[in-house]
Design a protein around this ligand. Structure first.
Ligand code: GLY
Length: 593
């Protein structure tokens, strides 16, 4: 029997079609593990990744997407700083050397374990819809949805950035180093220049046409109209000046004054596709503390960011449904393990598409979605031997009687994940983004502005039924980002997360399964070949052992698509010492002492 996506609700088919449209657009591609080698320690860390063994340390560690950023964080930790201090240094360097993925113009979510109070906190630094947005922001005049890049490129897609405010909040709560000193590595590198990495050069070349539409962006990435080549020494004096302003003036220097004015002018005056972000939006931006979302799995608590992220809820649902099945006995190479994981994921994605959005704006069954009894009932659907023929949202316990239609947003994989453990035992797990690779393509004061508003559903209703993730003034778009800390008996044992659009959820859940069920070390868990199923098609990672699963998955009834699957998992396991793993699909490393 060939699997055919039969759905109980035609609206779910629309969501699947939107996702197929997303898949037709080129994502930020995988580029392997090449990176600029700046020291013997970095060379050793890259060699460990290539050999598939974890990096070990006793006291502190950083795992992130670029060695220059990791080194900046490690230097802060070596000087006695906390993970909060290191996070500021890592993020500000990433915004320079990996500008396509995250930066000051974007947003982020943080999960923080505080050793002193033995408690978890989650902070929401998500971009926010401007007060002047209307429900038709991403609709054409005839009511049809805009093409993805028609919406993305320009001011229309830009939400109020949250990352600078999040860094300041993190530092104020948990930092011990002077704020200004944390900007020094970024200022130094931006002033003297850094080598353009193979990954950055490849992505610039692929995106050259879109990068050319805005003069400041073109001047930086395409000098004289030519994409920057690997190894070019690239300076960014505007970024150095912005970091200098933040270092001296704090976030007021970003959210008010000249930088804020120039951001809003850039957004509003891009005549081909203007946006509505205003100085008021920037001035009133606030980081929000949210309750962590935790799900029980194999006697661990898997904890992460709640709404507006769908990350922790969807991972929690997948793991909660699988808790009744003995994946350890089945093993990592058994197609039945992947059937269980794939169909648990499909069921979770059906709930995600129906119910998950910014809970400050729409009622959500947040607790109901990860209620063990509900997940046991959903998990019982996985008891057969073939692909599920019907996938539909369930009916989690809700505070209100509601009728939502399925979401119709398009998400592409960009983004970056940072895991840090400091010598005090604090743990930071932060996923950070400007959404699509190079965001809106608008560059101002040396950094790119996000296109996060396209994480909202483009449509507001389906057949007259409202969509929970529809845009509204001040609302935060649903995210898939899943910064995670896995806890055992109240203590952190694993910090992990990944970029990858809505596949973030599968990448992170499967690495946790690799670590907890299959006895993998943290490097093996992040290197494990991917097989991800969100909306019916099993995406299987090309040129890996996962392709051995294809005949069996097809025999079970799945449609299979063999393709590149570009995660960027960065993880630190915490036990007697620290073990770090960095995704071989990207340039990052784990490094510590
Ligand atoms: N823009 C990626 C995410 O938030 O899921």
């Amino acid at each position: 029997m060939r699997f055919c996506l039969t759905v109980a609700f035609s609206m779910f088919a629309s969501a699947a079609m939107a996702q197929q449209a997303a898949d037709a657009v080129q994502p930020e591609s995988g580029t392997g593990g090449d990176a600029v080698v700046t020291s013997q320690a970095v060379a050793d860390a890259l060699a460990a990744k290539a050999d598939g063994v974890p990096v070990e340390a006793e006291g502190y560690m950083v795992a992130a997407a670029n060695p220059l950023a990791v080194q900046a964080g490690v230097d802060v930790l070596a000087a006695g700083g906390t993970a909060a201090d290191a996070l500021v240094a890592v993020q500000t360097v990433l915004g320079l050397v990996e500008p396509q993925s995250s930066g000051l113009g974007g947003g982020a979510f943080l999960v923080w374990y505080d050793a002193a109070t033995q408690s978890l906190t989650t902070l929401d630094g998500r971009e926010t819809a401007p007060l002047a947005v209307t429900p038709t922001l991403f609709l054409n005049e005839d009511g049809s949805r805009m093409g993805f890049f028609d919406a993305v490129v320009g001011g229309r897609s830009v939400g109020t950035p949250g990352t600078p405010a999040l860094l300041a909040e993190v530092h104020a709560r948990w930092g011990n180093q002077p704020w200004a000193t944390l900007f020094e590595p970024g200022i130094e590198l931006a002033s003297t220049g850094f080598e353009v990495s193979p990954r950055l050069a490849g992505l610039i070349e692929r995106d050259a046409e879109r990068l050319a539409v805005f003069p400041a962006t073109a001047d930086y990435f395409l000098p004289d109209g030519v994409p920057l080549a690997i190894g070019t020494t690239l300076q960014n004096p505007d970024y150095a000046a912005t970091l200098g302003a933040l270092a001296v003036g704090g976030t007021d220097a970003f959210y008010t004054g000249q930088i804020a004015q120039d951001i809003t002018e850039t957004v509003q005056e891009f005549s081909a596709n203007p946006g509505v972000l205003s100085e008021l939006d920037l001035a009133i931006y606030q980081v929000k503390e949210r309750a962590p979302v935790c799900a029980t799995y194999r006697a661990h608590d898997v904890c992460g960011m709640g709404p507006p992220s769908s990350g922790a809820l969807t991972i929690g649902q997948i793991l909660g449904m699988l808790d009744a099945y003995d994946l350890a006995a089945l093993g990592a190479e058994n197609p039945d393990s992947w059937r269980l994981i794939g169909d648990a994921s499909r069921l979770a994605f059906a709930d995600r598409g129906r119910y998950m959005a910014d809970s400050d704006f729409v009622p959500m069954p947040t607790a109901g979605l990860v209620d063990p009894a509900y997940l046991a009932q959903r998990g019982a659907l996985l008891g057969g031997a073939e692909a599920l023929e019907e996938i539909a949202p369930g009916t989690p316990a809700f505070d209100h009687s509601l009728n939502w239609a399925d979401d119709q947003s398009i998400e592409l994989p960009s983004t970056s994940h940072i895991s840090i453990v400091d010598s005090f035992g604090n743990v930071a797990s932060m996923t950070t983004t400007i959404e699509n690779a190079f965001g809106s393509r608008l560059m101002v004061h040396g950094f790119l502005l996000n296109n996060e508003l396209t994480d909202f559903s483009f449509a507001t209703h389906n057949d007259g039924v409202p969509i929970a993730n529809a845009i509204a003034p001040g609302k935060r778009p649903r995210s898939s980002m899943a910064p995670t800390i896995v806890m055992k008996d109240g203590a952190p044992v694993l910090a992990i997360g990944s970029p990858g659009g809505s596949r973030i959820i599968g990448y992170t859940a499967q690495a946790i399964i690799g670590y907890l069920d299959w006895g993998m070390d943290v490097q093996q868990a992040v290197s494990m070949p991917h097989a991800v199923n969100r909306f019916g098609t099993f995406d299987v990672e090309e040129e890996t052992a996962a392709t051995d699963l294809v005949p069996a998955l097809e025999a079970m009834g799945y449609e299979v698509n063999v393709r590149g699957l570009n995660s960027g998992l960065h993880a630190i396991a915490i036990g007697d010492g620290l073990q770090g793993g960095a995704d071989p699909r990207r340039e990052g490393i784990a490094l510590g002492e």
